[in-house]
Write a protein of this length. Structure first.
Length: 118
């Protein structure tokens, strides 16, 4: 424990006191370095469990490069409804598990669009 950690312990442990962004980042760093669970670390240091969880989550989000959500796993393709049930006549399977089944009534342009997405 260095001098800044001692000051941090004395300053931030006070319940309901304002904690600066710098102190939150320091608590998150100390938690990660400790190897303890969130509950153990927060109990040992007199911190609120949920507060520590938020600080650590925010620090991890910044370290990874932000909290941008990943690209969607599915893409909507608008198709015209079939006038009657059609049985599929061809099937493609990809290594990633995607499967494409088409009927004989599928226009070539729609088939090209589906193959681009899959």
């Amino acid at each position: 424990m260095n001098a800044s950690d001692a000051v941090l312990t004395a300053a931030a442990v006070a319940k309901n006191g304002p904690v600066s962004e710098d102190e939150k980042a320091q608590w998150a760093r100390r938690f990660v370095e400790s190897g303890l669970s969130l509950r153990e670390f927060s109990a040992q240091n007199g911190l609120g469990y949920v507060s520590l969880w938020r600080w650590v989550s925010k620090a991890r989000g910044q370290a990874v490069g932000g909290t941008d959500s990943p690209a969607p796993a599915f893409t909507e393709i608008k198709l015209f409804p079939a006038t009657e049930p059609a049985h599929w006549v061809a099937e493609w399977s990809w290594p990633n598990g995607a499967v494409l089944r088409v009927s004989k009534e599928v226009p070539a342009a729609v088939l090209e669009q589906l193959l681009r997405v899959c």
